[in-house]
Design a protein around this ligand. Structure first.
Ligand code: ARG
Length: 262
């Protein structure tokens, strides 16, 4: 299962190619202040500030990320990283601008199932409130319009640029169209990575061409449509492969449960 592929403790930082996230461009947390890194220096090392997942500031003290970011894929257990923090305002993880804010508590959707990747959402509570103007609003419960096939969405993260372990230090973004449920269900009906569940998931990517996608290390990060958080990077088979679009948590299916945590 292509889940939380544990990032190596010491990540190489090769020259950043023009293409990124996979197939994207560089982005800045100045333009997207709600984009945060979820990090643990004790587990993942200092070279990239300990980043291992992405997240989105949805209120001054709350970050939405993926549930699987808080689990150990091999043991299936929830991991407790004592120095878990959220990094705000740091586009380049090799630098030290911005703030490392400790996480004081975590909530995982009670229906999250690691074996199926369903309900892959979690909320982190920060030790210190952030600027209210840095928050990204969430999609409404039950909304369907943002998920219509072909809708332009943008995904952000510090993950692998090529699917081969090329981890950048700088933030990247790529635009990916929403993929129809029926298409994605056919793409992932019973693959090694999992099955697609249109109730709790949505796919985005260039379905037949490939070339643009989130990848390992982008998990937990935002999928944004029209200035709203609509999805969370969850899983996929490989990265940017034709016929295997990225799979995201469908936030509209659980927006009320998440709002109940804010
Ligand atoms: N599970 C991966 C992570 O932990 C994210 C995978 C996303 N893959 C994709 N092809 N969109 O970082």
């Amino acid at each position: 299962m292509v889940l939380f592929a544990a990032l190596p403790a010491a990540l190489a930082t090769p020259a950043t190619p023009a293409a990124a996230i996979v197939g994207g461009v560089r982005a800045s947390t100045t333009d997207h202040p709600w984009m945060v890194a979820v990090a643990s220096r004790s587990v993942y090392g200092d070279s990239r500030s300990g980043q291992f997942c992405g997240g989105t500031l949805v209120s001054p003290t709350k970050v939405v990320t993926a549930a699987h970011c808080l689990y150990d894929e091999t043991t299936g257990e929830r991991v407790n990283r004592p120095d878990l923090d959220v990094i705000v305002g740091r586009t380049d993880l090799a630098g030290s601008v911005g703030q490392e804010v400790p996480v004081v508590s975590t909530w995982v959707d009670p229906d999250y199932a690691m074996s199926t990747n369903e309900w892959d959402v979690a909320v982190l509570t920060l030790a210190e409130p952030q600027d209210p103007s840095s928050v990204l609003p969430m999609v409404a419960q039950g909304a369907t319009a943002p998920y219509a096939a072909g809708t332009a969405a943008t995904v952000f993260g510090w993950g692998d640029l090529r699917g081969n372990g090329t981890y950048p230090t700088t933030l990247h973004q790529v635009q990916v169209p929403m993929v129809a449920d029926s298409t994605c269900a056919a793409d992932y009906h019973s693959g090694p990575s999992g099955s697609y569940d249109g109730r709790t998931m949505v796919c985005a990517g260039l379905q037949s061409l490939g070339g643009r996608d989130a990848c390992q290390g982008d998990s937990g990060g935002p999928l944004v449509v029209a200035g709203r958080l609509v999805g969370v990077v969850s899983w996929g088979e490989g990265c940017a492969e034709p016929g295997h679009p990225g799979v995201y948590t469908r936030l509209a299916a659980m927006a009320d449960a998440v709002r109940g945590q804010l």
